[in-house]
Design a protein around this ligand. Structure first.
Ligand code: FES
Length: 105
């Protein structure tokens, strides 16, 4: 049976607006985006050729652009906004609790 766990990955203060930070959670590399004060969690690994979105990418509003070949994803849903990626990245439910970033995995 699939069960989810709540995992605290960071303090909100540790991730500046307009930045992404990657965390290893249960063996999965997850990118947490601070989109102008709203936080979102997606897989860090680009579905095109597995570049790290945190290391290679840039965040503009809620759009992350992979620096390797320019694919774009919506950090709020994980959906592809621009090729060459065509598969979405997984998005994870996230909440902020007393300054802590908590994701469900
Ligand atoms: S690896 Fe991300 S666009 Fe190619």
């Amino acid at each position: 049976m699939m069960t989810t766990r709540s995992v605290t990955v960071a303090r909100t203060a540790d991730i500046k607006a307009g930045e992404l930070a990657a965390f290893e959670v249960e063996g999965v590399r997850i990118a947490v985006a601070n989109a102008n004060g709203r936080f979102f969690a997606i897989d860090d690994t680009c579905t095109h050729e597995q570049c790290s979105l945190t290391e290679e990418g840039t965040l503009d509003g809620t759009v992350v652009t992979c620096g390797c070949h320019g694919a774009q994803f919506d950090v709020t849903t994980g959906q592809v906004l621009a090729p060459p990626a065509f598969e979405p990245v997984k998005a994870y439910p996230l909440r902020v609790e007393q300054g802590a970033v908590v994701i469900e995995i």
